[in-house]
Write a protein that binds this ligand. Structure first.
Ligand SMILES: [Zn+2]
Ligand SMILES: [Zn+2]
Length: 298
């Protein structure tokens, strides 16, 4: 890794449509925030003061978000190239196993049927795997030690998404590789078609829609509920409930895109009118990068 690569890597997130920080998603989130606040009766000047509140964006908690974001990217660039197994390798291994033990001639899907099947399968499987990892990070005390770094955020900005302990980031990378590898193998085995899906600017169409519809407001102080659609998709307000310090909100809304998983696992919490929420943990703040990194081991 060259020095210039290390410096520019965090900036490239603004240009990568598979990242939530892609400038297109930030822009739509901004316009949605604007609409929400104007409809709530805020004047134009107060709207901008609310969205770009210096006390939030330059809060000590936000500064740790920025530091963890850069730190995790550096770690990934240095170690992951060497240590990671690609999802293609996982897929090949599973496919070899399936083909040697089972004989199957394929579902006989058309080309577009295959594309639709893989688009749906990868979206649903990855979404469930993210939900389930999140669920376990809360329920298993050893994993909570790492995940609590995300929850010690006292204010929320789109960068809080990247406020994760490196161990949690590593778990996420391994989970994604295994899930993508497995579903690719299962898809090829079942359909006998090559992998492919419906995409917009190189991103699964469902992920694109999820991100363009204000995904960055999940980590923000803008209250946006999807109303009755909360039963289908986790709205930004529902993720803010997940960050709330109130006891009745503990262990609620683990979902990322679909709220179905929370309904099945009994952790669904719907939202109505705007609520006043306090974010963060009761006893821990992690107000520097070093404190955040050391937190799980104390
Ligand atoms: Zn959580
Ligand atoms: Zn969060």
């Amino acid at each position: 890794m060259t020095f210039s690569e290390a410096v520019t890597a965090p900036m490239t997130y603004l240009l990568l449509p598979d990242k939530r920080l892609f400038f297109g998603y930030l822009l739509t989130s901004f316009f949605m925030a604007l609409a929400v606040l104007l409809l709530a009766g805020y004047g134009p000047r107060r709207v901008f003061r609310k969205i770009f509140n210096k006390k939030v964006w330059w809060h000590k908690s936000s500064q740790v978000d920025y530091q963890l974001f850069v730190f995790n990217i550096f770690l990934r660039m240095v170690f992951l190239g060497i240590a990671s197994v690609s999802s293609v390798a996982v897929a090949m291994m599973i496919l070899r196993f399936l083909n040697s033990y089972f004989l199957y001639h394929g579902l006989g899907l058309s080309y577009s049927g295959g594309l639709l099947f893989f688009t749906l399968l990868s979206f649903v499987a990855l979404d469930f795997s993210r939900f389930f990892q999140h669920y376990l990070m809360h329920k298993i005390p050893f994993l909570w030690r790492f995940h609590k770094v995300h929850h010690s955020a006292q204010v929320l900005t789109p960068m809080t998404l990247y406020r994760t302990h490196p161990v949690e980031s590593l778990i996420s990378v391994v989970r994604r590789t295994l899930v993508l590898g497995s579903i690719s193998a299962i898809f090829i085995f079942l359909t006998k078609s090559p992998i492919g899906g419906y995409e917009i600017i190189g991103v699964n169409i469902f992920d694109f829609v999820f991100n363009i519809l204000g995904s960055n407001l999940r980590h923000s102080h803008i209250w946006l509920s999807f109303g009755p659609l909360n039963y289908l998709f986790i709205s930004p307000a529902q993720h803010q409930i997940h960050h709330s310090r109130a006891k009745k909100h503990f262990d609620k809304n683990f979902g990322i895109a679909l709220s179905l998983w929370d309904q099945i696992f009994g952790s669904f919490h719907n939202v109505g009118k705007k609520q006043f929420l306090i974010f963060g943990l009761q006893n821990e703040k992690h107000q520097s990068l070093a404190q955040a990194l050391r937190a799980p081991f104390r």
